[in-house]
Write a protein that binds this ligand. Structure first.
Ligand code: FEO
Length: 404
């Protein structure tokens, strides 16, 4: 008997995915608690596999499937999402199982073809409103473009009120527990926030649309099965509520101060700015880039309403780590931010001006022209940094008045 066994979720549905305890870098996103690649087996008349796993975990998935049925009895594979953490094992799975059909969205079929360069007719396409009769169970498909890729779709099984949501409502978290209600809530919140920030934040408008669509349609969900992290049962309202809040992003009194430093001057300014923010009642996250991964910065920015950025001037430019961080954050399109720039310099001092331009490009509403200091900040500059922070805190108070 293999050590890898399926886990029964309902009478007909089994979890047959993989737990990746070791992954610490998921295409540049730091995954401190590993991940899971969830695949689901539906034991209907036509046995169906929903999604597969990252390629190195093929045998783990196949062993789990074999603990329930002969893998060659699988008739259908549904690929809800073509990203390789879910499709990497698909070609070999098809080779081993020999299903009668593989289904994906139209964009999914194109993406899979572009990944694996197989015959175009390997995949049959389905779209929103299409259903598939599995014999004793049904799958209803709904495309969710850009959540998280253009090909993404979700599959709903009305007989058991189960939504297979691919990346939706997932998180990178390796656990031996399969359900969210078996995992400490603080850990779930931390990892769900980080996942939303780094994967979904640019598509918050689409997330709002999807959640509204689900409500409008009256879709009843008793089991929510994402492709990463735990399965949701008693706490579906909790995770969807978190997504609602992140997608809406109401103003908050949270401020993120992110910086790098060469000889400690910009660090001193960052501390003074943070003290000023705190004195005005803001909740501050002071993030030195030498000690903070950019994906953790993104997680903090998700719920913040202020972003203050500090950089020394190096060779007439902003410091490389700050440039990298802002390049990354800019792509994630955080909304509703006010902000300011600060930094020290030796002779030319371009960094603050350059930061202002980048922040404006990110649609951050700048509060002032920023602050810069020659070499080492003295008491007067540090006082001005404190005042800058206090002024931003005052603005946050005004933005949230009546909301909190
Ligand atoms: Fe988990 Fe967008 O892949």
């Amino acid at each position: 008997m293999s050590v890898f066994q399926a886990e029964r979720l309902t009478d007909r549905i089994y979890w047959v995915g993989a737990v990746d305890w070791a992954v610490r870098d998921f295409h540049g996103y730091s995954t401190g608690h590993g991940s899971t690649y969830n695949a689901y087996l539906v034991m209907a008349d036509r046995i169906t596999l929903i999604d597969t796993v990252k390629r190195p975990f093929l045998s783990q998935m196949m062993d789990r499937i074999a603990s329930v049925c002969d893998p060659s009895d699988i008739d259908i594979i549904v690929s809800n999402h073509s990203e390789m953490d879910h499709s990497g094992a698909l070609p070999e799975t098809i080779g081993r199982i020999g299903p009668s059909a593989v289904y994906a969205s139209r964009m999914g079929a194109k993406a899979l073809e572009a990944h694996f360069h197989w015959q175009e007719d390997t995949v049959r396409t389905v779209g929103t409103g299409d259903t598939l009769d599995l014999g004793g169970a049904t799958l209803e498909f709904r495309e969710t473009r850009m959540l998280h890729w253009p090909d993404s779709m979700v599959s709903y099984m009305p007989e058991e009120k189960v939504l297979f949501s691919q990346d939706g409502f997932g998180m990178h978290l390796a656990t031996s527990e399969r359900y969210g209600d078996q995992v400490p809530r603080t850990l779930l919140e931390t990892e769900a926030r980080k996942y939303y920030a780094n994967i979904l934040m640019p598509y918050s408008q689409l997330v709002r649309g999807l959640l509204a669509d689900i409500r409008r349609s009256g879709l009843e969900i008793e089991l929510l099965c994402p492709d990463h992290g735990p399965v949701w049962r008693s706490d579906i309202g909790w995770i969807t509520g978190m997504w609602d809040r992140w997608a809406e992003k109401p103003p908050s009194r949270k401020a993120v101060v992110v910086y790098d430093t060469m000889w400690g001057s910009t660090a001193s300014m960052a501390h003074a700015v943070s003290e000023g923010l705190g004195s005005g009642g803001a909740s501050v996250r002071l993030l030195p880039l030498r000690a903070t991964h950019i994906s953790d910065v993104a997680a903090e920015v998700l719920e913040a309403s202020a972003l203050l950025v500090g950089s020394p001037t190096l060779n007439g430019r902003i410091f490389p780590s700050v440039a990298e961080c802002l390049n990354y954050l800019g792509g994630l399109k955080p909304a509703g931010l006010v902000g300011a720039a600060f930094g020290s310099y030796g002779w030319s001092g371009e960094a603050v001006r350059e930061l202002n331009g980048i922040l404006e490009g990110m649609k951050v509403r700048l509060l002032g022209e920023g602050l810069r200091t020659l070499y080492v900040p003295g008491p007067e500059i540090l006082d001005r940094c404190f005042d800058l922070g206090a002024g931003v805190a005052e603005e946050l108070e005004a933005m949230t008045r009546g909301n909190e």
